[in-house]
Unconditional design. Structure first.
Length: 158
């Protein structure tokens, strides 16, 4: 029987504090019981819930971020987060960095990218990614072009 005085607490935290708070949960012998993601009021809400199996307390760490924010993975601290984070990454298109085992958007066999986001948000996110890819490509070509010019100058000196 679940004790009547078991707590169910949601703690809103800043992204910069996520890994430290997760480490504190692990050190307190709490287990990751669920992690989920939601698109609310133009932001992504990440919720990581931790259970205390001795007194049935449930503590949820909640982080609110922009859709294109880089999120550090908690999977090195809590290995069971691998599946939750791959799911959030694939279904919402969020940028979770350094997942211990990254399925690279192949956890589910779905054709649509980030199907849980509204269409206009998904399109905006794809446009930003494409622009960033072009920017990186341009920088690489400039570097390569600069190297080619330098090599040509060195050949002329010989």
């Amino acid at each position: 029987m679940i004790p009547v005085d078991a707590k169910n607490e949601i703690v809103e935290i800043e992204l910069k504090d996520l890994l430290l708070k997760v480490m504190k949960m692990k050190n307190a012998k709490l287990r990751l019981s669920q992690a989920c993601c939601a698109y609310v009021d133009g932001k992504i809400e990440l919720s990581y819930s931790f259970s205390n199996d001795r007194n049935y307390d449930l503590i949820t760490l909640r982080v609110k971020v922009d859709v294109d924010t880089k999120i550090p993975s908690i999977s090195e601290i809590m290995p069971s987060a691998i599946y939750y984070e791959n799911e959030m990454k694939e279904l919402f298109g969020i940028n979770i960095q350094m997942i211990a085992v990254d399925y690279h958007n192949k956890l589910y066999r779905i054709k649509k990218k980030a199907p849980m986001l509204p269409e206009e948000v998904r399109e905006e996110l794809e446009a930003k990614k494409a622009a960033r890819k072009e920017e990186l490509k341009k920088e690489a070509l400039e570097k390569e072009g600069g190297n080619a010019e330098l090599m040509a100058e060195e050949e002329e000196e010989d």
